[in-house]
Write a protein that binds this ligand. Structure first.
Ligand SMILES: NC(=O)c1ccc[n+]([C@@H]2O[C@H](COP(=O)([O-])OP(=O)(O)OC[C@H]3O[C@@H](n4cnc5c(N)ncnc54)[C@H](O)[C@@H]3O)[C@@H](O)[C@H]2O)c1
Length: 306
């Protein structure tokens, strides 16, 4: 099973590392435009194989798409990350050109690959990739909701003082500081609604912290985060390659689901070998649906700007 990661920067390299450590694929190709950079990252990562006990072959290449031939999954992380004070949306101009060219190159060499889009603004980049490649909607998946949900569960675990792996929760909507929707009503601590343990104010704070989770890290680190984004991509790739049918919130083309059409946005998806298997229709209440509609308006405005 072969995975190509375009962009060997912070997120791309961290994703390659988790794919290898978790033995998700037998081969990972890292591709970057910066001369020698992907080669260096791949060599460094390969030298952890004996200490960490994995056999994944990691190859780095500079803009050589021949090496990506016949990948099962291709992850696009190429582009510019956020700097402190920037929104994801401000990256649109630069990243659109990069993502479009990369998507076309990928398809020419891996006609059957499932494409995972990570570059921001992710919902718009996913829509652009879908348009640029003409692929069916099951094969173009935006990763954002997996990361936002893991941040949500982390903040819930901190508020509850309970282990993160005992918490279930999902974030849907757009992958932006003001557009994502942490579904606090449906979050649970081992199947028990978290509202039984946390006040409304505490839950509102968890939701607010989740929404600015990326910006908080960008401020602390001086650039956007990579461990949790890389791990979230690896988690998604695992479900694709191993046909796990996990339910993961992903940005996919909506055709009437959740009241939206002709837009890519985060909704709960079943993810398997062919990419998107189906969209799960979680019953939203009126407040959540209203938030989803507003989120859709914002994502649509971004697509129009593009
Ligand atoms: N969707 C999410 O949840 C999420 C999370 C974190 C970051 N991101 C986004 O992912 C992207 C990457 O973030 P990062 O922190 O890894 O940035 P980074 O700067 O560390 O890495 C980006 C890499 O892309 C490379 N690149 C640029 N143009 C290229 C091209 N045409 N072909 C191949 N490689 C090219 C650069 O040389 C660089 O190495 C950003 O757009 C960031 O906003 C998304």
């Amino acid at each position: 099973m072969k995975v190509t990661i375009v962009g060997a920067g912070n997120v791309g390299a961290s994703c390659a590392e988790y794919i290898a450590i978790k033995r998700i694929a037998s081969k990972v190709v890292l591709l970057d435009i910066k001369e020698g950079f992907a080669e260096g990252k791949a060599l460094d990562l390969s030298q952890t194989a004996t200490t960490l006990g994995f056999n994944t072959q990691i190859e780095g290449v500079t803009n050589n798409y021949e090496a990506t031939q016949n990948s099962d999954v291709v992850v696009i992380t190429s582009g510019v990350p956020r700097k402190p004070g920037m929104t994801r949306e401000e990256l649109i101009g630069i990243n659109a050109g990069i993502v479009k060219t990369v998507a076309e190159n990928i398809l020419a060499h891996s006609p059957n690959a499932v494409i995972v889009v990570v570059s921001n603004p992710m919902d718009t980049m996913t829509y652009l990739t879908l348009e640029a490649t003409g692929l069916s909607k099951n094969r173009v998946i935006g990763m954002g909701g997996a990361l936002d949900s893991s941040r949500f569960k982390t903040y819930l675990s901190l508020a509850l003082g309970k282990p993160a792996n005992d918490i279930q929760g999902m974030v849907i909507g757009g992958h932006g500081d003001t557009t994502m929707i942490p579904l606090t009503r449906l979050a649970s601590y081992n199947g028990t609604p978290v509202s039984q343990f946390l006040t409304d104010e505490a839950l509102e704070k968890v939701a607010a912290d989740t929404m600015v989770g990326g910006a908080t890290l960008t401020k602390l680190l001086g650039t956007s985060a990579w461990y949790a984004p890389g791990a979230s991509v690896a988690y998604l790739v695992d479900s694709i390659l191993h046909d796990q049918h996990r339910m993961i919130p992903c940005s996919v083309l909506l055709e009437g689901e959740y009241g939206q059409r002709d837009i890519c946005m985060g909704v709960p998806c079943i993810i398997g070998r062919k990419g998107l298997v189906s969209i799960v229709d979680v019953q939203l209440n009126a407040t959540e649906q209203d938030a989803f509609n507003k989120s859709g308006d914002a994502v649509r405005a971004m697509n129009e700007a593009l």
